[in-house]
Design a protein around this ligand. Structure first.
Ligand code: AVI
Length: 319
């Protein structure tokens, strides 16, 4: 049975940034609110869609190079899977790496724990831990976990969900954690989506079956439970667009008419035409991503691209 370390903060604290965002102009919601039980399942479904190329391209890179990637990493490592989800991204690497410890970090820890329970029999030499936390403002590492030969695994282009300055400070925080480890250095395996034809990106965030729309709108259902709100999901529509200036895909929820919404101790009107920003997904150039890693204190060791050169997996080492 994988051990569970739960660092999720108390509800009242956790919701403060949400409430600040709901009163902002334009209103916005931190993307972690996508991931309740249903949201996590919908996200898994998104990764199976033909339109959602980031997962497909990343899988292709790992299917082709996993062994070579593992060969570059230390033996008996602590593999820290940031945003582990159902563990499927890491499985491609785990097979070859066989780390001493696998720490799956995720805010939706219940589904991650179930997934690790199924994986555990295949990795009897690997200690398995689920670290339940929101790492969007930095990863806090419990001392009792130890962190020998850290390998941070940040796949799925989740780095794109940070604003660039937050991405730099988050990655810099990982560097600091490496410095505190016995080896003082650590490895980072990171996947990132590269900027490409806007039509391809648009389809990925607005698929024909409407799975991404359901994922986006489910966030309101989650908020209704989390803060006692009364969003009427039927009156908010999914909208995805590429913001060229910021080089990012954005997801919005647009009310079809003015909506008065109440929650415990507050409320506001969401005006027709004034959307709720739910996600930014930054798309990098290869050179831009190298600069980001360097600014955060990482030296790029090797890069792998898929055949279409639309997705990058990078091995970097803290310096
Ligand atoms: C988790 N994250 C990297 C996904 C992305 O592409 O930004 C979440 C997602 N949003 C819509 N589809 C998938």
């Amino acid at each position: 049975m994988p051990r569970l370390i739960d660092l999720r903060r108390h509800d009242a604290e956790t919701h403060q940034d949400l409430l600040d965002g709901l009163y902002a102009s334009p209103p916005r919601v931190p993307p972690r609110y996508f991931y309740d039980e249903l949201g996590s399942a919908l996200f898994s479904a998104i990764t199976c869609l033909l339109e959602y190329y980031p997962s497909r391209l990343e899988h292709a890179i790992f299917d082709r190079h996993a062994r070579a990637i593992a060969d570059r990493l230390p033996r008996k490592a602590t593999l820290v899977d940031l945003g582990a989800g159902d563990g499927s991204k890491a499985q491609r690497l785990l097979r070859w790496l066989r780390p001493a410890q696998y720490v799956a970090v995720d805010i939706a820890a219940e589904s991650t724990r179930r997934a690790l329970q199924c994986m555990a029999p295949d990795y009897s030499d690997t200690g398995m831990t689920v670290l339940a936390c929101d790492f969007s403002t930095g990863l806090s590492w419990p001392r009792r976990l130890g962190c020998e030969r850290p390998v941070f695994f940040f796949a799925g282009s989740s780095i794109g969900n940070f604003l660039p300055r937050q991405a730099r400070s988050f990655l810099h925080g990982l560097c600091q954690l490496c410095r505190n480890s016995a080896q003082e250095r650590g490895d980072l395996m990171i996947g990132v989506d590269l900027v490409k034809d806007p039509a391809v990106m648009q389809a990925a965030y607005d698929d024909a079956l409407g799975v991404t729309a359901a994922f986006n709108r489910n966030l309101l259902r989650h908020l209704n439970g989390a803060i006692g709100a009364d969003f009427d999901v039927n009156h908010f529509h999914h909208h995805a667009c590429f913001n060229e200036e910021s080089s990012r895909m954005e997801m919005w929820l647009l009310p079809d008419a003015d909506q008065q919404v109440r929650w415990q101790q507050g409320g506001r009107v969401f005006h027709a035409g004034e959307g709720l920003l739910t996600e930014c997904s930054h798309k990098y150039t290869r050179a831009g991503f190298r600069l980001l890693l360097a600014a955060a204190g990482f030296d790029v060791q090797h890069e792998w691209l898929d055949a279409s050169e639309g997705y990058l997996v990078c091995h970097a080492r803290s310096c």
